[in-house]
Design a protein around this ligand. Structure first.
Ligand SMILES: C[S@@+](CC[C@H](N)C(=O)[O-])C[C@H]1O[C@@H](n2cnc3c(N)ncnc32)[C@H](O)[C@@H]1O
Length: 386
């Protein structure tokens, strides 16, 4: 399989610097939509292996309702092509998913699968997390307005601002360079909040990556106490350190080897997962996945959660989180851990602050079709004092 769509677009735009702003926008949207909808477009054309010009025509005429002649001209075709009419017969074809993945979502979500899959084809909002070490949400809203970016507060996380209107170039903003905010989905912010880290505590971010949640945890700790960040990917940890300095975070200690022999107050396991909850973020992630990528993950996840269990002190908390919709990586990992670890119990997530719509069977579960967030799962586990 070729490169991800984002990289192809980037290469194409760099090779054609003469394109106008509108032309660049049209190119980006065509590539995104043809990439995303390719299975449904193949159905419309009666040919799953149709060439790109035919796919573009099918998108423009069949889905975007551009008149046939114009759509053919835009697509570089001599004449319009015949398209099938009527709704595609399967979930996979309706929402342009591989068959195995549509079947997976049907098994996971039952009747809600249709709505969930429809939302995977609508781009998610751009959501920011205010950095409370530098400013407040209200002050950030004002500051962004002065920089030409309108936002509105999120309803689920007290740290969230959603960008309103056209996609701005956030990376050109002084407010970003000054570390006033980070880009972070509102559901992802809930995972960080579930840790309920407090100033002065010791907290371990066991899968810290480039530090999205490490920064959030540090702010919750008011930059006080010990925040340990581990990830096997050294490059991500380097980026984490750069982001810490931009955000004014000074209580983070990066671990370059897996943590052992310590006992901390709280551990966040933001586990590597199949990422089925963030499929709306890119057009072709769904086509790059293999069923085996789902089945291989629970073993790693079980190991990580067991390690977290050994690293938390009696009376401490472990939050296990993923951005996927897959019981084998979510509920089953946690329930298996609880069976083998009688000293731990599951506690209701976010008591007193988490919107009840985000709780399913005692776990956090949020998704594009129900909360407007990417899809996330989390369990809050506490170790008994004994
Ligand atoms: C969901 S991402 C973490 C995202 C990060 N917490 C954030 O908020 O930006 C999962 C991370 O787990 C890391 N990972 C993979 N295997 C691991 C292991 N055995 N132990 C710890 N982390 C691991 C990956 O490198 C990846 O950065």
């Amino acid at each position: 399989m070729g490169s991800p769509a984002e990289r192809v677009l980037d290469r194409t735009l760099r090779a054609h610097r003469d394109l106008s702003r509108d032309q660049r926008q049209a190119l980006a949207e065509s590539l995104f939509n043809v990439g995303l909808w390719r299975r449904r477009l193949g159905f419309l054309l009666g040919n799953p292996d149709a060439p790109p010009s035919a796919l573009l025509f099918a998108f423009l005429h069949g889905l975007a309702e551009v008149p046939a002649g114009e759509a053919a001209r835009f697509s570089g075709l001599g004449a319009p092509l015949p398209l099938a009419s009527g709704e595609p017969p399967s979930l996979a074809l309706r929402y342009s998913l591989p068959d195995w993945l549509a079947e997976h979502f049907s098994r996971e979500l039952g009747p809600a699968a249709e709505d969930f899959c429809a939302h995977l084809n609508v781009p998610g909002p751009i959501t920011l997390r205010v950095n409370p070490l530098r400013t407040s949400r209200e002050a950030l809203e004002q500051r962004l307005r002065s920089e030409g970016v309108e936002t509105r507060p999120g309803a689920l996380s007290p740290l969230a601002l959603h960008v309103v209107g056209p996609r701005p170039n956030l990376y050109g903003l002084d407010s970003l360079r000054e570390g006033l905010f980070e880009v972070q989905d509102e559901g992802s912010q809930l995972l960080g909040l579930l840790v309920e880290a407090r100033p002065g505590e010791s907290v371990l971010d066991l899968c810290a990556g480039a530090g999205g949640k490490t920064l959030q945890l540090s702010a919750a700790m008011e930059n006080r106490g010990r925040l340990l960040a581990y990830d096997p990917d050294a490059g991500r940890l380097d980026r984490l350190l750069q982001r810490c300095s931009r955000a004014g975070v000074s209580n983070v200690q990066v671990l370059r080897a897996p943590p052992e022999g310590m006992q901390v107050d709280r551990v966040l396991v933001d586990a590597p997962c199949s990422e089925l909850g963030s499929l709306r973020r890119g057009p072709d992630a769904r086509f790059r996945l293999e069923p085996t990528s789902l089945s291989e993950l629970p073993r790693v996840q079980r190991e990580l959660l067991a390690r977290a269990g050994r690293l938390v002190r009696p009376g401490g908390r472990v939050v296990y989180a993923t951005c996927t919709v897959n019981r084998a990586e979510n509920e089953e990992v946690v329930l298996g851990f609880l069976r083998e670890s009688p000293g731990f119990r599951r506690v209701p997530p976010g008591v007193g602050w988490l919107d009840p719509s985000c709780v399913r069977e005692g776990f956090l579960f949020c998704a594009p079709h129900s909360q407007g967030t990417d899809g996330f799962f989390a369990a809050v586990l506490e170790r008994g004092e004994g």
